[in-house]
Design a protein around this ligand. Structure first.
Ligand code: TYD
Length: 256
């Protein structure tokens, strides 16, 4: 039996960050599957994007920075993100979807901040157009361990240098925001999954208006599915439900 889609009054933005090899992709895949099984409408996005600016940036990572200055590199990340926010992120939030985003402006603060640019100024420039997340996971892992994982998958990019990633990791480690959860990603992937799932359920309990939480009745796999791996209930819309889809403007205001 398929579950009805659970519509949120406004979408939610959940961001995953961390140095290369921290395990973002695995964790996003897990969360996507579990939220979908629980009936939520999910969209997965990634930065840099596949758009023109994102492609330029991937080339930079692949072939080296050469004559591109840190300031120019920052502008390209900002251009790529502007397009992503306008074309993908805000429309998905306006549709009431849960957006799982693989890298966002916290990566710019850390990676371009590690090139001697001012991380705080980068944050301010981004927040002028990019909505802050509802939940931000930074998957903390020693860069050396992350690089080992990346190396197993293939050749390292020009961004994946140990001394550089040590500086990136130090900026990530120092970040503090009310919506930020640092997760120790050197633990077993299932332990990391469980920790992330708990935080997401707690966010849904807070954000799905008028929900009633039915402990034990429902797990992440759907009602009475018999799975007990993650015995945490997900919020259910109340009698009135939370079914109205807000206007794009309302979401923009809400998330600006
Ligand atoms: P990513 O897509 O995570 O790498 P891959 O797909 O090759 O696994 O990101 C590409 C690189 O871009 C990564 O090393 C981090 C870097 N990056 C920045 O330097 N600044 C940014 O703002 C973002 C989003 C990524």
């Amino acid at each position: 039996m398929s579950l009805p889609h659970r519509r949120l009054c406004r979408g939610l933005l959940i961001v995953f960050e961390g140095v290369d090899g921290a395990g973002k992709t695995t964790q996003i895949r897990f969360l996507d599957q579990h939220l979908q099984r629980a009936g939520y409408d999910v969209v997965c996005l990634k930065e840099p994007t596949e758009g023109p600016w994102g492609q330029k940036l991937r080339q930079l990572a692949q072939h080296g920075r050469q004559h591109v200055s840190p300031a120019t590199e920052l502008e390209w990340f900002l251009q790529d993100r502007r397009e992503d926010v306008e074309q993908n992120i805000r429309p998905a939030l306006a549709r009431g979807q849960i957006v799982l985003l693989d890298r966002y402006y916290f990566s710019t603060m850390a990676y371009q901040g590690a090139l001697q640019l001012d991380a705080e100024e980068i944050r301010v420039r981004n927040e002028a157009f990019a909505p802050p997340p509802d939940l931000l996971f930074i998957l903390d892992i020693p860069p050396e361990r992350g690089l080992q994982r990346v190396r197993q998958r293939g050749a390292l990019s020009h961004f994946e240098r140990l001394d550089y990633l040590e500086r990136v990791a130090a900026i990530f480690a120092a970040m503090q925001f009310p919506y930020l959860k640092h997760i120790d990603a050197s633990q077993a992937p299932t332990t990391v999954q469980e920790r992330i799932w708990q935080e997401v359920v707690s966010l849904l309990v807070r954000k799905v208006e008028g929900n009633s939480v039915t402990a034990q009745e429902e797990g992440p796999y759907g009602p009475k599915s018999g799975h007990t791996d993650y015995p945490i209930s997900t919020p259910t819309p109340s009698r009135q439900g939370c079914l109205k889809t807000p206007s794009a403007d309302a979401v923009a205001e809400d998330t600006a």
